[in-house]
Design a protein around this ligand. Structure first.
Ligand code: AMP
Ligand code: GLY
Length: 423
């Protein structure tokens, strides 16, 4: 089978790596992939029509879309129009991520638990609502803002400042309307599931670390590290997630006639009243995918093809019981303006220490050496007999890797570690 993975981050490296392990897969094209990954064929075509033409000419049997932007832009629609087999929701269904108000209305309509909210289209209305509700309160730009459009405000003043930022045009059209939400309290988990319109097959649970600083301080990022499984999600909670979130999601897609054949990622808060959805993403999590896929023992290509062909009921996923931990190594300045072009050393040594090293924001210098090119640079992953040993292996590998200004959180998995000690 020939497969194409669209995107070029750490998540896409993990997807391409796992797909290439399938005995059915002969070639993995990455569009555009990463210059440091010679094992995949790189395709540097950004125009969707031209990319679909390339996929058709090379008889690509499965295209997998990694990031949200091409999904929200309708890449899937372009591929389907040519009868190409593509994994991901179409443009209409991708609004579940692309528009927070669309997602909130979907959740209300289909009785999926989520935070109470108001949508405001003017600054004055937003400020009035915030003053009425008080703090803490959450302000969200209504469209895609690369993970930076959410402000959890501890005070009314902070919330008002967030409203000003949203309406300042900084988030482009994403800031034309805003969502103001009740602040939920609890522990977060990432629930990622394959959905083919008829069946939902959850992947292993995971937990991300959104804030840039240790002890969950500082601004939100795309994610600084993850581990799987999320031990907070026990059997009883899985049942609630299935009954209250995943099944209603599937029924909701059917009732609203959304063509959802891909992956749904529910970011949930486990509150004292049960799990509530913070947001839907219509793609794999990054870096959650880097921690989840090394534990998957089943054939990912087969599962994805079954998703596209609405045969998910035939698929049962098998998991390595060993936990996995992913630590993201980032460039100085991230999530603000960050350094670029620094030479990275020690990747081979980290791999010798038993880790997988996924390339996110890297490129190659003219001599062929890896150099930094993004905010989140590498995702380092290891398995272990238990979570503490997975984390220890990962951090040992991380220590082998260096570049000027590299940083990472040293407390990834802290909650899971503490839970291990309690048990
Ligand atoms: P989102 O992009 O909507 O997932 O938001 C990013 C992060 O902001 C989440 O992972 C949470 O840490 C936080 N967040 C979002 N919505 C809420 C909420 N209603 N209450 C508390 N924290 C939230
Ligand atoms: N790790 C968070 C996300 O993928 O949105």
């Amino acid at each position: 089978m020939r497969i194409m993975v669209i995107g070029g981050g750490g998540r896409e490296h993990a997807l391409a790596w796992k797909l290439s392990l399938s005995p059915q897969v002969e070639t993995v094209y990455c569009a555009p992939g990463n210059p440091n990954l010679d094992q995949f064929e790189r395709v540097e075509i950004s125009d969707y029509e031209a990319l679909a033409e390339f996929a058709a000419a090379r008889s690509v049997e499965l295209a997998v879309v990694g990031p949200e932007a091409p999904l929200c832009d309708g890449l899937v629609d372009v591929f389907r129009k040519r009868n190409l087999s593509v994994f991901g929701p179409d443009r209409a269904a991708a609004r579940l991520e692309g528009s927070k108000s669309f997602a909130k209305e979907f959740m209300l309509r289909h009785h999926i638990p989520t935070a109470a909210y108001a949508r405001c289209t003017t600054r004055d209305k937003a400020i009035k609502y915030i003053r009425k509700q008080g703090a803490p309160i959450v302000v969200k730009a209504d469209g895609l803002a690369a993970g930076k459009g959410v402000i959890v405000a501890a005070t009314v003043e902070q919330a008002i400042a967030a409203v000003e930022t949203c309406f300042s045009g900084r988030f482009g059209a994403a800031g034309d309307s805003i969502i103001i939400e009740q602040c939920l309290v609890g522990e977060e988990a990432s629930i990622i599931a394959l959905v083919d319109g008829r069946t939902v097959v959850p992947l292993a649970s995971s937990q991300d670390h959104k804030r840039v600083g240790e002890n969950d301080t500082g601004p939100n990022t795309g994610g600084m590290g993850a581990y799987s499984p999320a031990s907070v999600v026990d059997q009883a909670l899985w049942q609630k997630i299935d009954e209250q979130i995943l099944r209603p999601f599937l029924v909701g897609c059917q009732r609203d006639r959304l063509d959802f054949r891909g992956v749904i990622y529910a970011g949930i808060m486990i509150t004292s009243q049960g799990p509530k959805v913070l947001e839907f993403n219509v793609r794999f999590g990054d870096p959650e995918t880097q921690a989840i896929l090394p534990r998957l023992q089943s054939d990912l290509a087969e599962a994805m093809l079954a998703t596209v062909q609405q045969r998910l009921h035939e698929i049962e996923l098998k998991w390595d019981p060993r936990p996995a931990a992913c630590v993201v190594m980032a460039a100085e300045g991230y999530p603000g303006n960050y350094r670029k072009g620094d030479r990275i050393t020690g990747i081979a040594e980290a791999e010798q220490r038993g880790a997988l090293v996924f390339h996110a924001g890297t490129t190659r210098d003219p001599d062929g050496n890896p150099v930094t090119a993004g905010g989140r640079v590498l995702g380092v992953v290891s398995l272990g007999s238990d979570l503490p040993s997975a984390l220890d292996h990962t951090y040992q590998a991380v220590q082998a890797i260096e570049w000027p200004g590299a940083f990472y959180r040293r407390d990834i998995g802290r909650r899971g570690r503490e839970r291990c000690q309690i048990i």
